[in-house]
Design a protein around this ligand. Structure first.
Ligand code: MRU
Length: 353
């Protein structure tokens, strides 16, 4: 089974539920959850059953369409008030990935900007908008894949951190998209190295699973082995995803990404961020203004272990993301083109506002 055949998040055929692949169970179990209530979807995002910035955006789009289909009123005012309540609630699920807010705002614009539609037509239109977000996301990944593939030479070793793969998007991923594109061309010369990504192991559980299932030459390493691996000469390029990019190019991604960037700079290895334009937040001047999610300490002290592996009462520092300063980034691969420093003007040149 190729992980590409799995759908991260789709609307059920009867349009009464979201079908979400529960990523907390991977790679050992493939279970699809049927979620009908906004509260259940909120919990799925918060618990990382569905995760990865683009996939969270797709999920939010469908969650709003589904919620709208259940708002029982003939009054537009009441409809919009209930819609905005659901939107605010979903926006509280996770703070860092801007795609969540981007998708929620996009759905709200559709809800608010079509007074010519009846409420039942509007509910239909919202489903179509959510479908569009999903379809666009697949096209974006394809485009990032083609651009990223253009940077790869035969036999390159690619290091990636966390999971910016098909499971983090509607399909193909961002950081993995160039690898899927190479595999589709029948190339088997690339080597993929996956950081395990403590504490939630997205690299081991998700990226390594994806890459192995796709037939890529895949090696898993502990996060603290990255320096030794780079020194050995096996890594030619780094591809990572992102949760939010500020307009100067500072990039928030899974905790540990900035350490990989610092190492890459030290060893002279190009470091690329793969970023759908929806992940670029031009309203923020730099990375200091990106909100960073703090997660429960149990993820570090207990999760995955058969017994607790830290003393009771110890304080835990567990930020989910860190910010890689733009000066460490060789390029940001968007679906519209590859941006290089200075990033703000490069983004604007591609029409990113
Ligand atoms: O906490 P997660 O698993 O949602 O974090 C995911 C990442 O950091 C990804 O690299 C990022 O969302 C980009 S996914 C294309």
């Amino acid at each position: 089974m190729n992980a590409l055949s799995l759908d991260t998040v789709v609307l059920s055929k009867d349009r009464g539920a979201l079908e979400i692949l529960d990523q907390t169970l991977l790679p050992n179990e493939i279970r699809v959850l049927r979620l009908t209530e906004t509260e259940e979807i909120w919990e799925a995002i918060r618990s990382l059953r569905v995760r990865g910035a683009p996939a969270i955006g797709v999920c939010a789009g469908y969650a709003m369409a589904l919620a709208a289909s259940k708002i029982e009123t003939d009054s537009r005012e009441e409809f919009l008030a209930a819609f905005r309540e659901k939107k605010a609630y979903l926006a509280s699920s996770r703070p860092t990935a801007v795609n969540l807010f981007w998708a929620l705002d996009r759905m709200e614009r559709v809800a608010a900007d079509h007074p010519e539609l009846s409420l039942s037509e509007l509910r239909e239109r919202l489903f179509r908008e959510a479908d569009a977000i999903r379809e666009e996301d697949i096209a974006i990944s394809r485009s990032i894949g083609r651009l990223g593939l253009g940077l790869l030479r035969r036999g390159d070793g690619i290091l990636t951190h966390c999971n910016a793969g098909t499971l983090a998007t509607a399909k193909y991923g961002t950081a993995t998209a160039p690898i899927y594109a190479a595999l589709e061309e029948g190339r088997d010369d690339l080597r993929v190295y996956c950081d395990e990504t403590r504490p939630l192991l997205q690299g081991a559980r998700l990226t390594a699973f994806e890459m192995c299932s796709a037939g890529a030459d895949t090696t898993l390493l502990c996060d603290n082995a990255a320096s030794s691996l780079m020194k050995s000469g096996k890594i030619d390029i780094v591809f990572v995803g992102c949760d939010r990019v500020a307009r100067n190019g500072d990039t928030a991604n899974k905790i540990g990404t900035s350490a990989v960037a610092i190492l890459a700079k030290h060893y002279g290895i190009p470091f690329y961020v793969c970023a759908p334009s929806s992940t670029i937040d031009m309203s923020l001047p730099d990375g200091d203004s990106i909100p960073i999610e703090q997660r429960p300490g149990e993820e570090v002290t207990e999760m995955w272990y058969t017994r607790r592996m830290a003393p009771e009462g110890v304080q835990v520092y567990n930020p989910a993301f860190d910010v890689t300063p733009c000066g460490l980034i060789t390029g940001i691969i968007t679906e519209r083109g590859i941006c290089r420093a200075p990033f703000e003007s490069a983004f604007r040149a591609l029409g990113i506002k």
